[in-house]
Design a protein around this ligand. Structure first.
Ligand code: DQA
Length: 144
């Protein structure tokens, strides 16, 4: 089974970006932990990061035929992007939405996700563990 992991805008600067909110783990740390968990679960992952909405959509379209599902932290596009939601619906692949922070406990504009209603599940508030729990949940769901 192959899963595509997507990191949205501004996540490349994790580690130094608002550490009091997002913690001190870097994107590389997160990817390393995901790779270890993927090995344990016996699945293949491929990782992509972009700060650009169109590139994220192109990636979803390009990878959909090759993967069973997606794990995504859409960053701020969570709260703004109908286009990303439409991309997932269009390719008919399960995806799990993850967030490092507890977005519901923050500013009002972060409480709404355009993606959540069409996601297989969501995990938020656990830092890098949101990704690991999200990957476990997605794989379990796909194996059902
Ligand atoms: C985030 C939450 C978003 O609201 C924010 O724009 C991010 C990071 C998170 O992982 O907590 O960039 O997706």
């Amino acid at each position: 089974m192959k899963i595509a992991v997507i990191h949205g805008p501004n996540l490349r600067s994790l580690g130094k970006r608002e550490p009091e909110v997002y913690g001190t783990d870097t994107l590389e740390d997160i990817n390393d932990h995901l790779q270890k968990m993927a090995n344990e679960l016996g699945v293949e992952i491929t990782v992509f990061q972009s700060n650009h909405e169109g590139e994220l959509i192109d990636y979803i379209e390009r990878m959909a035929p090759e993967v069973e599902g997606f794990l995504i932290n859409p960053g701020a596009y969570t709260h703004t992007s109908i286009a990303l939601r439409d991309a997932f619906v269009g390719v008919e692949r399960s995806f799990v939405e993850v967030h490092l922070s507890n977005t519901t406990a923050r500013e009002r504009f972060r409480r709404h996700s355009y993606l959540a209603p069409v996601a297989a599940g969501m995990v938020y508030g656990f830092g890098l563990h949101s990704y690991l729990l999200g990957l476990q949940g997605l794989v379990a769901k796909l194996q059902q």
